[in-house]
Design a protein around this ligand. Sequence first.
Ligand code: URA
Length: 210
Amino acid sequence: MTQHVTVIDHPLVLHKLSLMRDKETPSAVFRKLLNEISLLLAYEVLRDLPLETRTIETPITEMQAPFLSGKKLCFVSILRAGNGLLAGMMDLVPSARVGHIGLYRDPSTLAAVEYYLKLPDDIEHRPVVLVDPMLATGNSVSAAISRLKQAGARDIRFVCLLAAPEGIAQLREGHPDVPVFTAAIDSHLNDHGYIVPGLGDAGDRMFGTK
Ligand code: URA
């Protein structure tokens, strides 16, 4: 199975992403842009959601109208930067369930270390959208996907803002069944595991912690 990667390079997404990359962009603006982009990404990521028709009456006549069908979605955010993508997606699909996975990167090994996990009980019956703005080494995302699979999730897709080729390769190796959606694929990772040209540390940019 080969990894399916979709680059959502809509002009609105790319414009907002360029503003986010600029190091002079303040945290408040960065968060707002991330929220706006999340809506545009969600639109594409959720394109294949199943529909069912129901009979309704418009003020003019009766019609068969399409509504979302099937089990409610589950969004899962990789803390802490994932929450920047989560908020907009929850606005768009308010009935979705939400899970959180706390992972941090060990600064010396860049390995993912888990410190928190809370998922809906019935995750195996739900389509899962895993969110994290940055797919860098792929270690955190890969670990998060493994935990989701352990918990029974079968239909998982991953959404990020920026991906490095190294992270895509890691997911292709470990989780080729999980489609990846991103606004851009950047050049490479630097020696500290940051995406180049990237946008810096997404969590720090969001919360002004550095
Ligand atoms: N995480 C980030 O926030 N930024 C990077 O460039 C890589 C990982």
